[in-house]
Design a protein around this ligand. Structure first.
Ligand code: FMN
Length: 180
């Protein structure tokens, strides 16, 4: 179903990063060509090697990368993307995008991107319920970005409530709907 589709998968620094490894596998299984961008903080949770192996493509993380002189990474990734999905999306990355900040490879690629954007937030329930986070989400929804709502239940931080990353299958379903 996703054969020939170029999917840029942004990974930010939340505990749910491990679930994005499964999302990568599902996307590849569906035929998508997956290009993973990790924030610096995401790499504290899972190494790029995991995503490189699962996607079959190099993982990008550096905005200022001198290894490919002929290519400006954030522009080339944005240009080729049929869809950009961020999972997990931290409160921080949501806030940065909502404020128009472009200070790393992921946020700069979002700024240059013209394809549909899906955001799958994941965070502690106290962060999720923070009106600042909710206002940022409201703003991004108004601007046309799509969201996959987090689930409710036991959170890795020991709390109970809303903030669990949506299941990889649910995120895949949203991707398929938008790429139809
Ligand atoms: C163990 C641990 C787990 C974290 N989990 C989350 C999370 O699930 N969601 C979130 O928004 N922030 C989480 N954070 C905080 C982010 O890592 C922090 O805000 C960071 O600046 C995010 O950077 P990034 O958005 O550039 O990846 C966590 C931090 C730690 C130490």
């Amino acid at each position: 179903m996703l054969k020939g589709k170029e999917v840029v998968l942004g990974v930010s620094g939340g505990i749910a990063v491990y679930k994005t490894a499964e999302l990568t596998r599902l996307l590849v299984k569906e035929g998508a060509n997956v290009h993973v961008i990790m924030t610096k903080n995401a790499q504290e949770f899972v190494t790029p090697l995991t995503f490189q192996t699962l996607s079959g493509n190099p993982v990008s993380a550096e905005l200022f990368d001198l290894s490919r002189r002929s290519e400006v990474k954030h522009v080339s990734l944005a240009e080729k993307s049929d869809l950009l999905v961020i999972a997990p999306a931290t409160a921080n990355i949501i806030g940065k995008i909502a404020s128009g900040i472009a200070d790393d490879l992921l946020t700069t690629t979002v700024m240059a991107n013209r394809s549909p954007i899906i955001i799958a937030p994941a965070m502690n329930v106290l962060m999720w319920e923070n009106p600042i986070v909710q206002e940022n989400i409201k703003k991004l929804k108004k601007l046309g970005l799509k969201f996959v709502e987090p689930g409710t239940g036991y959170l890795a931080c020991g709390y109970e409530g809303k903030g669990r990353l949506a299941e990889p299958e649910a995120i895949l379903k949203k991707i398929k709907t938008l790429l139809k």
